[in-house]
Design a protein around this ligand. Structure first.
Ligand code: HEM
Length: 508
């Protein structure tokens, strides 16, 4: 009897041990991090600039840090090595996105690429982007659009010579015009009272600003789903309203494109990205059907992805340069040497403008627009640097923090473009210390177009004008505060006074 009891006890203990060892609830070794509160997790530690809050926390808890946002596990990578773990070593496991209200309500239920979960729909979309939309042939064939809009840009600024201008408004308008013409075939927004279009330039710009803001906010319902229905911050209401405005715009654009397709029948040739997408939507050979909402989602991705990101970077670059006039002088010397005074900067000149390129890299180091990239999601349990990361964890890569790491960068808080001269670091996802476009499967597919637009805008701003501050301002007044969002912008727009530096006939 006694021996039977021992056998039963031993069996029970073995079963318990087996269950504990194989249970999904066995104690995991999470990366270090602050202790979470019930319900809110660590949201109390995240201020209005989340990347800066996370940067401070990483100085206590290290390059790989574990937190909870509400009930959702979150991991933050703040070093090149940790970024590499998620974006290269375990890229496939972390190549999805968390489900967010923004993805649901502003992108037709995840029918774009940015918010689409990892899977066949997303993979097919990326293939379309990389092979058809951003192929070098396509990009080269739209160069004339970028040249025409750049000429309009410099002549508009020339007309304002001697007056204070809000620089970002002008760069954004140019980028929006370029992207609209490449993606939609024409601008579709009216720029003056006598033009009748479906939206005005101001309305369209405002819709895109709202889209960026709502796609970047920390929406409480995303982290505490049981509170979602209350929409405490009112973001979901705004997302639904914005979706209606975009819907009206897209319907109009698609109607016009379909009408041309029908009228031209067999002789139809795709002229813009919407044409290409519509052709693909009709193609029965596609593995996953691209429906009308998919075409709208993709179109929105392209317009939104390409406008604000590029103009925000150019505005940061000019803000840093204005504070150090000797850098503007050095850039102007390079431009005079390579371009001369009788023409504008062209795309073919970029490989010869290494100082302008260094200015852009230095800007993206200190002011990456996507400070936390876009959130990644763990599709499976995974071990990273000896720590357990559970399936369903949201991963942020803090590029803002990596750009300020004194172990990687000398004098990291100062803007010193020279650091990149002759240094083998590019922005194409191979060097994990500089990741403005991300890396791996989810890396920005539009980076080439983005680089062309930024180089051309910055190059021509510095080539075509001397830049001064308004009379009542001094360098010390240039505030470098940020506002967080899917793109992290300047809190106070840069206001500067242009003066021409090339012969007058070039501006007409
Ligand atoms: C000019 C500056 C630009 C910057 C700094 C930038 C940055 C980024 C970043 C950081 C990501 C997320 C990477 C990740 O999740 O790991 C991203 C994704 C994306 N970008 Fe860009 N981007 C730029 C321009 C563009 C342009 C011109 C387009 C298109 C016209 C574009 C379209 C996209 C799309 C569709 C995604 C989502 C990719 C995916 O989730 O698979 N971007 N971009």
């Amino acid at each position: 009897m006694e021996s039977l009891s021992w056998v039963l006890l031993a069996t029970a203990i073995s079963l318990l041990m087996f269950k504990l060892l194989n249970s999904p609830h066995r104690t995991k070794t999470l990366p270090p991090g602050p202790r979470p509160w019930p319900l809110i997790g660590n949201l109390n530690l995240i201020g209005h600039l989340p990347h800066q809050s996370l940067h401070k926390l990483s100085q206590t808890y290290g390059e790989l840090m574990s937190l909870k946002f509400g009930s959702t596990p979150v991991v933050v990578a703040s070093s090149p090595e940790m970024a590499k773990q998620f974006l290269r070593t375990h890229d496939r496991i972390f190549a999805s996105r968390p489900s967010t209200a923004a993805g649901r309500y502003t992108t037709y239920n995840y029918r774009n690429i940015t918010w689409a979960p990892f899977g066949p729909y997303w993979a097919q979309g990326r293939k379309i982007y990389l092979n058809k939309i951003f192929s070098s042939n396509r990009l080269n064939s739209s160069e004339y659009i970028r040249v025409e809009e750049m000429r309009i840009f410099v002549s508009r600024l020339h007309a304002l010579s001697g007056n204070p201008v809000v620089l970002k408004d002008h760069v954004s308008r140019t980028n929006l015009s370029v992207i609209s013409r490449i993606v939609l075939g024409r601008k579709y927004f009216s720029e003056s009272a006598d033009e009748k279009e479906i939206v005005t330039l101001e309305e369209f710009q405002e819709m895109l600003d709202e889209l960026f803001l709502l796609n970047g906010v920390l929406n409480v319902g995303d982290w505490m789903p049981w509170l979602g229905f209350l929409d405490l911050q009112g973001y979901v209401k705004r997302m639904k309203a914005l979706c209606k405005r975009f819907e009206r715009f897209h319907d109009h654009v698609l109607e016009e494109h379909r009408a041309r397709m029908k009228a031209e029948g067999e002789g139809f040739v795709a002229k813009d990205m919407v044409d290409l997408l519509l052709e693909m939507a009709d193609d029965p050979n596609h593995e996953v059907k691209l429906d009308t909402n998919g075409v709208k989602g993709f179109t929105q991705d392209l317009i939104a992805g390409g406008t604000d990101t590029a103009s925000t970077t150019v505005e940061w670059a000019m803000s840093e340069l204005i504070k150090q006039p000797h850098l503007i002088k050095k850039a102007a010397e390079e431009l005079d040497r390579v371009i001369g005074k009788e023409r504008w900067v062209e795309e073919g000149d970029f490989p010869n403008l290494s100082f302008i390129d260094s200015i852009l890299k230095e800007t993206m180091r200190l002011h990456p627009v996507a400070v936390l990239l876009a959130p990644h999601l763990a599709l499976k349990d995974c071990t990273v640097a000896g720590y357990d990361i559970a399936k369903g964890t949201t991963v942020f890569i803090n590029t803002w923090s990596i750009g300020r790491d004194s172990d990687i960068w000398d004098d990291p808080h100062n803007f010193r473009p020279e650091r990149f001269l002759g240094r083998d670091v590019d922005v194409k996802g191979q060097h994990f210390e500089l990741l403005p476009f991300g890396s791996g499967r989810r890396m920005c597919p539009g980076y080439n177009l983005g680089l062309k637009m930024m180089r051309s805008a910055l190059g021509n701003l510095l080539h075509g004008f001397h830049w001064n501050l308004a009379e009542d301002m001094s360098i010390e007044d240039i505030d470098m505060e940020e506002v967080y969002g899917l793109s992290t912008q300047r809190k106070f727009p840069l206001v500067v006074v242009p003066e021409p530096r090339l012969p007058t006939h070039l501006y007409n």
